[in-house]
Ligand binder design. Structure first.
Ligand code: FUL
Length: 455
């Protein structure tokens, strides 16, 4: 370090360097917490479970709902073990059957033989989640094929809000409320009234899909597009509206079907889903449906845990921790914005450039060549999403060789590429909406059981 650099470094650190101004819109604190969970488990359970049907029409008798060994602890524990940090239960699906003893309809568990009409699925699952240390949320279908009040918008709004009020007051903290858009074409709902009630009773709950906090990714395959912006237009305004990828672990089946095991996704299909959802900056909501006994089927549990163990193996050792870091530019030459700040994630520390830049790069130099095939990059999204294009290079003898490139990064971007050997890696931001920030860079060599890409 020469004297000039030393003096400017000391002066800057005496007076502090201002962080980059947020690039609005930015996530709310609740959206940020949600994003950091990365994966949740969806559980479709209800009257359909007992009829081998995805959508019953609201006429099935409550008598048919009768799990023989309801075991929500197993659901929550499996979710936790598989790396899912929240669980969403279908409190009422399109058929209208309510999984807790509501005061507002008889079409609910109270009229079922299950636990002599004394049972409460929502209570059991919410308590199990609390015990397992994961967040709990519910799905509540606006479309209702049973409820006669559905034909009268105002009367149905009152009914729906009554259900919401019970769910939001009787079951502890609610992480996410999932409003499905299916089947509702032409019906007018008092959405603002629903949102207001949620904000009032559970200010930290996120409202998803037909709601302002989380958007649907647009398919039921668990796949986000390559370019994924969190900022979207909603009601004519630009807002932070991150994407959730929902997909069932049995192809096309949200509810349990007795002969559905053959539809179970393969390990490779699940790995691909992970890389194309979480790995593209979205959150993955993977559905595993409990069977008629009230357990998650063992075949699905085994597949889930196998998948999770492969991902754990792949991302166990971050080779970037052994690297020497440098960057094209460091904001105000301040240590707090140096590339080394990318060695840990979600710690509030990040690399940033001066405001005059909208491109830049970080290099990682290793004392001896490493072998890798995964690169994880994260933006500091608390300051807004900025990166539009980026490239990954390796040093090949004396030249830089491009090994991957992409568009957006957002909360997380994972590149899975053919195996590379090098002693120097460069992560380049080629285009950004404002000075780039990176929260994290991780370099890994995948598990032998993980997806392989040939050269
Ligand atoms: C869809 C529904 O129609 C399916 O039954 C399932 O609940 C899925 C998550 O959303 O819109």
């Amino acid at each position: 370090m020469n004297l000039f650099v030393l003096i400017s470094y000391m002066t800057i650190n005496m007076f502090g360097v201002t962080p980059p101004a947020p690039l609005y819109p930015i996530p709310t604190p609740q959206q940020l917490v949600w994003q950091q969970q990365e994966m949740g488990m969806f559980c479709h359970f209800g009257i359909n479970t007992f009829h081998n049907e995805e959508w019953t029409d609201g006429t099935k008798s409550p008598e048919s709902f009768n799990p023989t060994d309801f075991n929500p602890q197993q659901w929550a524990e499996v979710a936790k073990k598989a790396g899912m940090h929240y669980l969403i239960l279908t409190a009422k699906h399109h058929d209208g059957f309510v999984l807790y003893p509501t005061k507002h309809t008889d079409y609910c568990v109270r009229l079922s033989p299950w636990q002599n009409g004394q049972g409460d699925v929502v209570k059991g699952v919410s308590e199990a989640c609390k015990k397992a240390g994961i967040y709990f949320g519910f799905y509540l279908s606006p479309w209702d094929r049973h409820e006669s009040r559905y034909n009268d918008n105002a009367a149905y709004d009152i009914y729906f809000k009554n259900l919401l009020r019970e769910l939001l007051t009787n079951y502890g903290p609610i992480f996410e409320v999932w409003f499905d858009g299916a089947g509702t074409k032409g019906h007018v709902y008092d959405w603002d009234g629903y949102y207001q009630l949620i904000r009032e009773l559970q200010p930290n709950a996120l409202i998803a899909i037909c709601g302002p906090d989380i958007r649907w990714v647009g398919n039921e395959d668990g796949l986000a597009p390559e370019t994924l912006w969190n900022v979207q237009e909603r009601d004519g305004k630009k807002v932070w509206w991150p994407a959730e990828c929902d997909v069932p672990i049995r192809k096309g089946q949200w509810f349990y079907h007795t002969d559905g095991e053959k539809k179970l996704l393969s390990l490779n299909q699940l790995l691909k889903i992970y890389y194309h959802s979480v790995g593209r900056g979205a959150v993955l909501l993977l559905n595993v449906s409990p069977d008629r006994s009230g357990h998650l089927p063992q075949s699905d549990v085994n597949r889930l845990l196998e998948w999770h163990s492969v991902l754990e193996e792949t991302f166990e050792t971050n080779l970037a921790k052994q690297a020497g870091w440098s960057a094209s530019n460091i904001r105000g030459n301040a240590r707090e914005f140096s590339p080394e700040m990318c060695s840990d994630e979600n710690d509030g520390k990040y690399w940033a450039t001066d405001d005059t830049f909208s491109t830049g790069y970080i290099t990682l130099k290793f004392t001896s060549p490493i072998v890798f095939d995964r690169v994880v990059i994260k933006e500091q999204i608390a300051l807004g999403q900025r990166v539009e294009e980026h490239t990954i290079w390796i040093k090949d003898k004396t030249d830089w060789k491009k090994v991957s490139s992409g568009t957006t990064i957002g909360y997380k971007r994972i590149h899975y590429i053919p195996e590379q050997k090098t002693d120097e890696i460069k992560i380049e931001i080629n285009k950004a909406l404002a000075c780039p920030t990176l929260d994290f860079v991780g370099i890994y060599c995948s598990s032998p059981r993980d997806l392989k890409v040939s050269k």
